[in-house]
Ligand binder design. Structure first.
Ligand SMILES: [Zn+2]
Length: 115
């Protein structure tokens, strides 16, 4: 299995500075780094249509793909303790249009490479 993290130009700069995808705070869900099993996901179902708050017009999350190099740090979202601890409303919101059976999460930084 491979896992992928998609990001915009803004996100790419941050990832390349550390070589890792860092967990980010999502209200109701906690601090999580997100990945997908899909090498070419549907943008909407994977959340790639969300844009950076400060630069909505030049932000596209499907611009760059990183490949996970530390699979052991990631686990299936649907079976995760992170999901068990999350707020029900936030879970419904994020899964509503998505394909969460493809999603993996980590609560710590995960090493990746552009690919
Ligand atoms: Zn952006």
């Amino acid at each position: 299995m491979s896992l992928f993290h998609w990001t915009c130009n803004h996100g790419r700069a941050g990832i390349e500075a550390t070589g890792t995808v860092e967990p980010r705070l999502i209200l109701g869900l906690g601090w999580l780094a997100w990945f997908t099993t899909e090498p070419h996901p549907y943008p909407e179902r994977t959340g790639l249509l969300h844009v950076c708050p400060g630069s909505p017009t030049d932000c596209y999350r499907g611009a760059w793909r990183f490949v996970v190099e530390e699979l052991d740090k990631c686990h299936s979202w649907l079976q995760s303790t992170e999901r068990e601890k999350a707020e029900e409303r936030a879970i419904i919101d994020i899964e509503r249009l998505g394909d969460p059976w493809n999603w993996y999460v980590a609560s710590e930084p995960v090493k990746v490479r552009l690919g």
